[in-house]
Every structure is written in C-alpha cells, then in structure tokens.
Design a protein around this ligand. Structure first.
Ligand code: HEC
Ligand code: HEC
Length: 370
C-alpha cells in the first residue's frame, strides 16, 4: 500500500533548498563571489519564508502541527528505533525537531547575512547601517559564521537519520519518497487545495525571481553597493600628479595618519627612490592625506588595515598584517608575473582602487604570463 506523502511543492522546495545551500556555501569561500553568495542566500531566505507559510497552511504531512514536537514522542521514538512500535507517515519526532531547527537556523542565517553585508560592505537592503558608528562591528558576521557551522551539524544529523531509516525501515522507502512523493506505508494520501497550489506557485516563484533579479539586474536592491567613487584628480590634482606618476594612485584612506606623516617626512628616501617635492607641495599633499586617512573612512579595507596595525609606523600597505593575511593565498610568482609586476600594483587585480574603492565584485587576478 502506497501513500502519497510529499506533494510536488514540498519536493521542489527540498530540491531548491539543497541547491541553494550548496551554492551559498561554496561561494562563501571567496570575496570575489560575494555577490553570488548574497544572491543565492536571498533566494534561500524567500524559500524558507515560503516553507514557514507552508508549515502553517500546507498539506497534512508538511504542516508543523504534524511534526510530533513533544518530548515524550521523541523519547518513545528514540527508544524504539530498532523495533518500531509505530510507523510515522510524515516526519518522525527526531526528524521533526531537525526540520524545525534547520528552518530556524536558515532564517537567522539570512537575516545576519543581510546585516553583515549592509554594515560591513555598505551593500544591499541594510546598507543604511554602514556608518562610522558601526564600522568596527563584526558581531553579525561572527553569528553568521557560527550558524553556518551549526547548519552543517543539522544537515549531517538529517542525512544520517535518513540513511539510518533506509537501513532500519527499508521497506517504507522514505529516501525515495523525497523524489516521487510516495511512502510504502498505510495512510491517508495528501491532496492539494487550489489555494495551496497558488501559494506554492507564488512562494517558489518569488524565490527564483529574487535569484534571477539579484544575478542579472545591475544595481539591484539586493546587491547594490553605495560606496561612491572618488575623483582624486578633482579633489587634489597636485596629489595625483606627484604621487601617481611612478606607481598607481594609493587612496589616502588605506593608511593611518601616522604612516602618512612618516612617509611624507622621508620622501628623499622613498622605497629606494627620491620622491622629494617642494616644501609647500609636501605640506599641501600631507594635509590632504591626513584629512582623508584611514581614521576617517568607514570602508572595510580602511577599518581592517587600521585595526591590524599595532604601531602605526608601517608605511607600506603591503606590509600591514591585514594586507598580508588577505593575500597570503596568492603565490609570489603571480605578483612577479608580467601583468602584475609588484604586490604594490593593486590596480592589476583591483580595477577600482584608484577611485578609492576595493569592491569584492571588482577583484580579478589577471592571467599569468611570465
Ligand atoms: C620617483 C618615483 C615615486 C614617486 C614620485 C612616489 N613614489 Fe611612492 N613608491 C615608489 C616606489 C618605487 C615604491 C615601491 C613600489 C613597490 O614596492 O613595488 C613606492 C611605494 C609607495 C607606497 C607603498 C606601496 C605598498 O607597497 O603598499 C605608498 C603608499 C606610496 N609609494 C605613496 C606615495 C605617495 C603618497 C607619493 C607622493 C608624495 C609617492 N608615493 C610618490 C616610487 C615613487
Ligand atoms: C595579484 C592580484 C592582487 C594584487 C596585486 C592585490 N590584490 Fe588585494 N586581493 C586580491 C584577491 C584575489 C583578494 C581576495 C582574497 C580573498 O578572497 O580572501 C584581495 C583582497 C583584498 C582586500 C580585501 C577585500 C575585502 O573586501 O575583504 C583588500 C582591502 C585588498 N585586497 C587591497 C589591496 C591593495 C591595497 C593592494 C595593493 C597594495 C592589493 N590588494 C593588491 C588580489 C590582489
């Protein structure tokens, strides 16, 4: 006797969830994939909201009220796993708990993800929280990473549970049920109402729409950044003419005041070159550098560089602990290759650096030719 347990929307939800979680997890590893990560994370958030609604108004076995969430049921189930007294058509009590935990963790992951993205990157729907007040705040990022790890524990528990069930109660065909919807158990089959069909189309459709929108529309609400490019030539032409002639333009916001003071006091011995200027030009440029140093910037790069420096007398950005840590995975031979030449040639990989931006979307390592 077969019972139709998981309706089509529940199964589509499950498949999309697996795909979105996997892509979000993989793209979390690299800064250059951050906007992909956020796009998939947003679609995931909508999908989970749909699942919450589905848990309230969905068909019998998908409803939270069918989840057996009481401690006695869980105890009874765990003590009789090897010798089942009772068959569970929908989720068994252990699975019910895992599902609810996965849903809660995914909801919190989405929320903390958006908060981190807004506060630290000045991007997305919470970009308005990016401010000098919050600039040192990494709390949400830490919670986000913790939840990410917790999610894997839950997914592990879920997969182990399913495999155990496959061994112990093989003839119920639970594993297959997530593909075809049917379990080999006596019970009442589910059927969708018209309203449930409409809600599924809207919910799942919205999730896919959000993904496509975030991936394809330029400056969309979900991933748009609000750091404005700076026209240094307009702000201080002398600075650009004198300080971006031998190398790229280094934004004043990438070093603290103290570093600029030391550098500008020793221009005649500047990294092995004589970069000395007329005294009044030196003063003019020094003032500009000090007025726009890392201390006044809310950008992630400035905040991180500043926080990573103990004594602020380092005058090379590439010598700051933050820079070294961020680039430690890049092989030295890349930096020496023909298209890059030097670690200090930020522009080779960060096309926007001379506009005072170092956006994750714009990180590209050029192909290597030696
Ligand atoms: C005569 C050429 C010359 C001029 C003019 C010059 N620099 Fe440099 N600068 C260099 C060289 C050479 C390096 C070392 C670059 C490298 O490591 O590849 C350097 C490195 C730097 C670095 C460190 C880059 C890193 O490794 O993180 C900063 C910051 C910098 N210069 C700022 C300035 C400023 C500000 C001015 C204007 C006052 C200026 N430079 C003018 C030649 C010059
Ligand atoms: C060979 C290419 C290359 C060069 C040259 C390079 N970077 Fe990077 N940079 C990268 C890559 C790749 C990443 C991303 C690393 C990661 O995913 O963790 C990165 C990350 C960063 C970040 C962190 C971005 C963020 O949002 O977390 C900053 C800031 C940064 N680079 C600044 C600089 C500066 C300043 C220079 C020049 C002094 C420079 N980089 C030179 C390739 C380069």
């Amino acid at each position: 006797m077969k019972t139709y347990v998981w309706t089509l929307p529940t199964r589509i939800f499950h498949t999309l969830l697996v795909v979105f979680v996997l892509v979000a997890y993989i793209t979390a590893e690299w800064d250059d994939f951050l906007s992909l990560h956020v796009a998939f994370g947003s679609a995931l958030g909508v999908l989970i909201l749909y699942r919450v609604v589905w848990g309230v108004i969905g068909p019998k076995y998908s409803k939270f009220s069918d989840f057996n969430l009481n401690a006695t049921a869980l105890k009874e189930y765990l003590f009789s796993v090897f010798n089942p007294k009772k068959e569970y058509i929908g989720h068994n009590p252990a699975a019910g708990y895992t599902m609810v935990a996965i849903i809660i963790v995914l909801l919190l992951l989405t929320i903390t993800g958006f908060l981190t993205y807004g506060i630290q990157e000045n991007r997305g729907i919470f970009a308005f929280l990016h401010s000098s007040f919050f600039k040192d705040m990494e709390l949400f990022e830490e919670i986000h990473e913790f939840l990410g790890a917790a999610l894997w524990v839950l997914i592990g528990a879920h997969v182990i549970g399913v495999l155990l069930d496959r061994l112990l109660h093989a003839k119920q065909e639970t594993l297959k049920s997530i593909v075809n919807g049917y379990k080999n158990i006596e019970g009442e089959s589910t059927k969708l109402s018209f309203l449930q069909i409409i809600i599924s189309i809207v919910g799942i459709g919205l999730s896919i729409f959000v993904l496509v929108y975030a991936l394809s529309v330029k400056d969309n609400m979900i991933t748009a950044g609000y750091h404005q490019p700076i026209d240094y030539k307009k702000e201080n032409a002398l600075f650009v003419n004198e300080c971006a002639s031998c190398h790229i333009l280094y934004p004043p916001s990438l070093l603290p005041k103290e570093s600029w003071k030391i550098m500008m006091a020793n221009l005649q011995e500047h990294f092995g070159d004589d970069a000395s200027l007329e005294p009044e030009d030196t003063q003019n440029i020094l003032k500009y550098l000090l007025d726009n140093s890392a201390e006044y910037s809310t950008s992630e790069a400035s905040v991180n560089i500043l926080n990573s420096l103990q004594n602020k007398d380092t005058i090379a950005i590439t010598q700051t602990p933050f820079w070294k840590k961020r680039h430690k995975n890049i092989d030295d031979k890349y930096f020496k290759s023909k298209n890059i030449k030097s670690k200090a040639n930020c522009k080779a990989c960060h096309s926007d650096v001379e506009k005072g931006l170092i956006e994750d979307n714009n990180i590209k390592i050029p192909s290597m030719e030696s």
